[in-house]
Design a protein around this ligand. Structure first.
Ligand SMILES: C[S@@+](CC[C@H](N)C(=O)[O-])C[C@H]1O[C@@H](n2cnc3c(N)ncnc32)[C@H](O)[C@@H]1O
Length: 240
């Protein structure tokens, strides 16, 4: 494992990283719209159902916005530890005013703030579980289960790794088709880019390990419901 200092918090709480994230949002959301819809459709709700869901590591609220759009009578709690991401999210989620609330929460800590209801109708997360060390992935999955109503679902969209170098190389080769400059960028990283990259991937782990964590936490119906190269959507529900 990478032994250098974990700079995740410093990155997400920096104005520069958040400006960078928002400046690339339009292109990112063009690619991810279908995933938000799919995650929403995995939830066992009718279009007019009234329910409350939690978006963990919500950032500017992209996943929550997708689900709020799909279910016009739903409300969202968005949890994150970055004031900058939450400020930006407050602006971006203006079309959903009155239907969402941000809560400051550091997922590295197991003490969930009182502003998160003790019983939730669904929990989603996207692109943030890979920032958690393995013990916190396991702890968080158990805490999520505990906060779900019986029969309620947790859905996560995240990148995974592969232990098979051929698989990893195939993902990379296919991804490079979308960004012809990627190979050259990879080979010519500045030391700063390299340490940022290493920090980014430090806690990424294979899919099977994460599915095992979910099953061990007590989730049912655990599966990878969607997958494209290294990106997956897996889910499970709290037993009824
Ligand atoms: C890659 S962004 C994803 C944001 C959003 N879920 C999305 O997909 O657009 C990662 C998010 O996780 C949040 N995050 C990272 N570590 C966290 C932690 N320990 N506690 C709470 N939020 C965290 C960051 O602040 C950031 O908003």
């Amino acid at each position: 494992m990478n032994q250098s200092k974990d700079t995740n918090a410093a990155i997400w709480k920096s104005d520069e990283a958040v400006q960078n994230w928002t400046s690339t949002a339009a292109e990112r959301e063009r690619q991810r719209g279908a995933q938000w819809r799919f995650m929403g459709e995995l939830l066992p709700f009718g279009e007019q159902d009234v329910f409350t869901f939690l978006d963990l590591g919500a950032g500017t609220g992209a996943a929550a916005a997708g689900i709020l759009s799909l279910y016009p009578r739903s409300t969202a709690i968005l949890a994150d530890f970055s004031p900058q991401m939450m400020d930006e999210g407050q602006r971006e989620l203006m079309p959903f005013a009155g239907r969402f609330q941000y809560v400051e929460f550091d997922m590295l800590k197991g003490d969930w703030p009182a502003a998160i209801p003790t019983t939730l109708d669904a929990v989603v997360s996207s692109m943030c579980i890979h920032h958690m060390p393995d013990d916190r992935k396991q702890g968080l999955f158990a805490e999520i289960l505990e906060h779900l109503a019986p029969g309620a679902w947790y859905v996560n969209y995240d990148p995974v790794t592969s232990a098979d170098p051929l698989v990893a190389a195939t993902w990379e080769r296919r991804n490079d088709r979308d960004d012809p400059a990627a190979a050259s960028k990879r080979l010519n990283r500045t030391p700063e880019d390299q340490s940022r990259y290493e920090n980014h991937v430090r806690y990424m782990i294979p899919l099977e390990q994460q599915l095992d964590y979910l099953r061990s936490a007590g989730f049912q119906g655990v599966d990878v419901y969607w997958k494209q190269l290294e990106n997956v959507i897996y889910a499970g529900r709290r037993p009824v």
